[in-house]
Each structure stands twice: as C-alpha cells, then as structure tokens.
Design a protein around this ligand. Structure first.
Ligand code: ZN
Ligand code: ZN
Length: 356
C-alpha cells in the first residue's frame, strides 16, 4: 500500500577530490516492486566503508554518490509480497540491498555471499539504477535486506549494528563463540568494540589486542577479560596455543603481525579477518610452515545474513547491549568522516535525519 511518497535526496559526493564535502542532491530510487519496502530514514551510522569509498580507496565511485549503510527508519510503503513488515514498522538496512534469490547461497540463507549481490551504495541494480545509501531521506530495499528492529533497541543504537555489529557477530556465531571458548579481537574501533560486546554477551572469554594504549581501559569497560598491548614485540609468546578464534578488524594490514597472532591459536583455531583495507594493502605473506604445524585456519567473513542479523538484534535487545556512539546531524557528516579518518571516533558516529 502507498503512503506519502518521500522525496529522495541525500548528502552526495560530487567531486572525488573533495571527498568530505558532500552536497545535497536528489536521486532516482530503484523501481518499487512487490518485494520491496520503502523506508524513510531517521538514523544512519558512519562506517569505515563510507570513508574507503569516498576516498576512492576501493576503486572509482559512481558520482554523484550518497554513502551510508547502517540505516534505520520507518517502513512507509510495503510491496504486496512482503512478509513480516508492515507500514509504520521500525526497520533497518545494512551493507547489502539485493541478491539474486536463486543461487545456492541465497536459498541456504547466506544471501550475503550471493555472487550477484547488490551493495547498498555505489552498486548497480539490474535495471541500471545506481544504489544510493543512507545519508539521505529514504531508501527502497528488497524485503530480504530489511531488518525489523525489536522494541528493546533504540534506533540510534540499532543503526551501526546493521553493518558494524553484524560484520563481527556473523564470524563469532559461525565459529561457535560461547561459554568455554576463548576469543581474541584485534583492533578496538567501530568493529572491534562490537566484537568485544557481542563475544562477551555470547559467553566467551574475551582477549582484546590493541596498539593504542589509550584504548586499553575502554576495552575493559566494553567487557574484555584481558587486554594486550601489541606494541610489545613479544606480546604473543605467553599466550601461545590458547585462543579458539581470533577476529581481526584491522583495515590497514601491511604491518599486521599476523604470525604472532596465529601463534596464539589453539589446534584448528581460526583467524578471521573482517576489515577490508584499500586495494594496495595486501595481507602479510604466509608460508606453509606458518600454518601446517598447528593446523590453523585463516579466513574471512562478509557482513552477515538476515537470519544472523535478527539473532544479533534479539541478543542485543535481551542483554541491553549499547554500542558507544556519538550522534551528529547528517549535515555534519564531514565532521564524522574526519573524526573517523583521524581515529578520534569512540567508537561509531551515527547521523540523524535533518533533510526531511
Ligand atoms: Zn544469489
Ligand atoms: Zn559498513
């Protein structure tokens, strides 16, 4: 059913050389289908992906471009085939906004790994429309990528869970994080602070690793049982073969002491990276001798599925998990992007609607 149609406009990148000077621009949304939900946006988190994309670190952007993929708002129009969401519901959208819904991954409930997946911004729908993100008034999304927000979570807290939170929650649950497990978290930033909150809420013993001494106290307050300063060259030695899982949130990796981190894994332990550095920053090289003697696995993880997102939101509502955020009006996106670039953010900016 149709309601008032929002005007689609947002703070867009218009000149890639001035990547924080966003200008209010109108855009064309995707064609509304029976599977879609139209959402008026109240909040949007500021993700590291936004900065990488605006700075052209992951390749060229399609201009003008509105970024933002930690979106919360209200459903104002719901397609006839949409289940479980009605007009007026509080809902969110994360980093993906579409997939083929036909492939094995999609049918198995792992639509976040669909090879035809459409990203929430800077991607192209099959009809040629460029996707535009959440520093904007409104968005349309396929129901599989729209997450109902439980009453127990405020919108400002839910927003950054939908990419930042889910990106670490997925590898935690995929790798059986729970009581009796020891989980390491590398990097205390937007993602890392969520990894500590969720690993703790799932019942694991949490080890936080940081090279920022001023974040050690924060890591403890977030729930880490142990906090290790990685500036000490031998930081890994006392903890050899002790961790079941390490989630690395580092999004700049050439200097990552990966061998030291791997040496802390127990037999068949897993190292999962979720941070995505710029294209010219490969992971440090590994030799077979680094992996074989202790049977480690090294892998990655991409966001999470709707099923995992709903599990995360339920846990967050039940346990009263609150991310550490700073709220700013959307017009101050520049301030948030600069604060994120200079690593001043503690630990996520959330933009609030000021265009509608
Ligand atoms: Zn698919
Ligand atoms: Zn993100």
């Amino acid at each position: 059913m149709a309601n008032d149609h929002p005007e689609f406009k947002g703070y867009a990148l218009v000149d890639s050389k001035r990547f924080t000077d966003l200008e209010v621009t109108t855009f064309e949304p995707k064609k509304f289908t029976t599977e879609d939900v139209e959402i008026t946006i109240t909040h949007c988190g500021v993700c590291g992906s936004d900065l990488h994309t605006l700075k052209q670190g992951w390749g060229e952007s399609k201009l003008p471009l509105v970024v933002g993929h930690e979106i919360v708002g209200h459903a104002v129009r719901v397609g006839d085939n949409v289940k479980d969401i009605k007009v007026g519901d509080r809902v969110g959208v994360g980093a993906k906004i579409g997939s083929c819904m036909q492939c094995k991954q999609c049918k198995d409930g792992m639509e976040n790994y669909c090879p035809k997946g459409v990203s929430t911004y800077n991607s192209v729908y099959p009809d040629g429309i460029v996707t535009q993100g959440g520093y904007s008034t409104a968005i349309r999304a396929h129901q599989q990528f729209v997450f109902p927000i439980p009453d127990g979570i405020e919108s400002r807290y839910a927003a950054s869970m939908l990419c930042g939170g889910l990106t670490v929650f997925s590898p935690l649950v995929t790798n059986d994080t729970g009581p009796g497990k020891k989980v390491g978290v590398i990097g205390i930033g937007g993602l890392g602070h969520y990894a500590i909150l969720f690993a703790k809420a799932l019942g694991a013993e949490v080890w936080a690793f940081t090279h920022s001494p001023d974040k050690m106290e924060d890591a403890k307050k977030l729930g880490a049982d142990y906090v290790i300063d990685t500036n000490n060259e031998d930081f890994a030695k006392p903890h050899a073969h002790s961790l079941d899982l390490i989630v690395s949130t580092m999004d700049s990796t050439p200097q990552l002491p990966i061998k030291q981190f791997l040496s802390m894994l127990y037999v068949h332990g897993r190292f999962v990276t979720v941070g995505l550095p710029d294209k010219d920053e490969p992971l440090p090289t590994l030799h077979a001798f680094d992996l074989v003697p202790n049977g480690y696995y090294v892998g990655g993880s991409a966001i999470g599925s709707k099923k995992e997102c709903m599990q995360m939101l339920k846990l967050a509502a039940e346990k009263g998990i609150k991310p550490w955020i700073e709220e700013l009006p959307m017009k101050d996106a520049k301030k948030a992007l600069e604060g994120m670039g200079s690593n001043e953010v503690r630990y996520r900016y959330v933009l609030t609607q000021d265009l509608a």
